[in-house]
Design a protein around this ligand. Structure first.
Ligand code: SAM
Ligand code: SF4
Length: 508
């Protein structure tokens, strides 16, 4: 039987002002995750706070044995990394470890890393120095997990000889065995297999977010975008069997979760490995039917696998959230070809026309890379006009970062850093104007909001609509965390909406 636990991570302290929006400068996904996760400590210490019923840790090895070895996991990167850490924490709990709130207090310190851009990877090596002396004095055991682990491999031991474990995500299924080796004094323990067709499933998952449960349905990636390390760090695509997914969603619903977010690098290329052979839409519809589940989200969709059936399924099924994150990367077909994205500008726009033509008012967000090698002013302008055409509610825009083992590393005509920064600033400003105009049109509208934050100082509540918009609102009611409420929008900002609860309009 699986157990679901959650824990509040005190490191995640930023206010929940995050939205699927463009931001100035390079947006680190670590920030996104941190902000997306802030739920306010009061929400968990308040006995009235509504949260999943199984959120109260009861009889686990965690609280049975307070003298157990302690662990702390610091996570960098995307939601998939966040969820991997939740499962790794489950593996440690199963082995009798106890979680602590600060790296300094942990016997076993794990860094779950991201190498999508150079900056993210560098940060990990800086962090590894923090507890160098403690590790050398055998007061701590340090492990590196995730994309940097897979990418740098045993080189990490050369750069940081005090590290004991290096394990990439394709090897997580072997973690219990690898941890056992570390516990018996093993040094330089590695899990660096890439060749796998298995997914990482755990008996216990220690969920950090009490309102939205992440669930990976597909791991790895079979695309080969010329700028991207993921196929090299996460291995080949492998989908999880539909039975196992549905069983976990049922357990989550029983535990009180009402919102599920299905995860995968290319989530919509899901192919059920079981004899049922479900496609992504079959799975979506089955998850949406599970009793107690009110919202089903998914990310990230690849445009090549994005079908009209997905839009039709969302249109016909209220529990499927009307938000699509569909990374375009560039508006120039020439650059898309160089990026090996497998679609042209016009094909992307055709898919967006399905979304614009839907009955429900979908929210759309996308990712863009500026300054890819050889990107001309005309290519960049094509990206700007694409943003005008698609009218998205948020853009995660990144400066191109050359990465090891990727084909684009050898491409000529690198764009200077200052020029990348200039283009990023122009793009972010253009998108900000789009969002200001779009959000203004929502004044007067009414949205159902799942409340996930209470800003105690200003007594304001916040949550998300089914379209993933952030709504800050006031109300005379109390104890709203985890509840669905109706909010009337009175003001707008580029990244969020502001309103008041519709009294008597509570949604159950
Ligand atoms: N699988 C998703 C897709 O196909 O769009 C993207 C996953 S990737 C982890 C998240 C985002 O990071 C990408 O959409 C891209 O915008 C950005 N990214 C990936 N490699 C990058 C690089 N070398 N430089 C800058 N941004 C990059
Ligand atoms: Fe990277 Fe492309 Fe795979 Fe997305 S689809 S993870 S960008 S290789």
């Amino acid at each position: 039987m699986s157990l679901i636990l959650y824990a509040y991570n005190r490191n995640k302290r930023n206010p929940l002002s995050f939205g699927p929006v463009s931001t100035g400068g390079v947006l680190e996904l670590t920030q996104i995750v941190s902000r997306a996760f802030d739920i306010g400590l009061s929400s968990l210490t308040d006995p009235q706070a509504a949260g999943p019923r199984a959120a109260v840790p009861t009889q686990t090895s965690e609280n049975r044995n307070s003298s157990a070895r302690s662990f702390y996991i610091e996570t960098f990167g995307c939601q998939m990394n966040v969820h991997d850490s939740e499962k790794v924490a489950g593996v440690l709990l199963e082995r009798g470890y106890r979680p602590v709130d600060a790296a300094a207090d942990a016997d076993f310190l794990l860094y779950n890393t991201c190498s999508i851009r150079e900056k993210a990877a560098q940060k990990v090596f800086q962090r590894l120095n923090d507890f160098k002396f403690a590790a050398k004095a055998n007061q701590k055991v340090i492990g590196v997990l995730g994309c940097v682990a897979q990418q740098e491999g045993e080189e990490i031991f050369e750069r940081a000889p005090w590290v004991s474990l290096v394990c990439g995500s394709p090897s997580y299924r072997n973690l219990p065995n690898l941890i056992e080796q570390v516990e018996s004094g093993g040094r330089r323990v590695t899990g660096l297999d890439l060749d796998t067709d298995e997914t990482f499933e755990t008996e216990i998952t220690r969920r950090d977010n009490p309102f939205r449960a992440y669930l990976t349905i597909i791991e790895g990636c079979d695309y080969s975008c010329s700028y991207c390390v993921v196929p090299h760090t996460r291995g080949p695509e492998r989908s999880r069997a539909s039975d196992s997914i549905l069983a976990e969603v049922r357990r989550l619903a029983d535990a009180g979760y009402t919102e599920i977010q299905l995860l995968g690098q290319t989530v919509n290329s899901y192919r059920d490995p079981s004899p049922r052979k479900w496609n992504f839409v079959d799975l979506l519809l089955a998850v949406a039917e599970i009793e107690g589940i009110r919202r089903v989200r998914f990310t990230t969709s690849h445009p090549n696998d994005f079908t009209r059936e997905i839009v039709e399924a969302i249109d016909a099924t209220p529990a499927l959230c009307d938000h699509i994150h569909l990374p375009v990367q560039s508006g120039s077909t020439r650059i898309l070809r160089e990026m090996r994205r497998t679609y042209a500008r016009e094909q992307y726009l055709e898919k967006i026309s399905w979304i614009h033509g839907a009955r429900r008012q979908f929210s759309l967000t996308t990712d863009v890379i500026v300054g890819f090698p050889g990107e001309t002013e005309a290519d960049f302008e094509a990206t700007l006009t694409l943003l005008d055409a698609i009218q998205s509610d948020g853009v995660f825009a990144f400066k191109y970062s050359p990465r090891p083992n990727t084909p684009s590393l050898a491409m000529p005509d690198a764009i200077p850093e200052e020029e990348k920064s200039r283009r990023l600033a122009i793009l972010n400003e253009r998108q900000r104007q789009i969002q200001i105009a779009r959000n203004e049109k929502l004044i007067g509208a009414r949205f159902e909001v799942l409340v996930d934050t209470h800003h105690t100082a200003r007594n304001q509540w916040a949550g998300r609509t089914t379209s993933n918009r952030i709504v800050n609102f006031s109300t005379s009611r109390e104890n709203l965390l985890g509840q669905y409420v109706q909010v009337h929008i009175t003001r707008s900002a580029p990244n969020s909406l502001i309103g008041e609860e519709v009294q008597g309009g509570e949604a159950q």
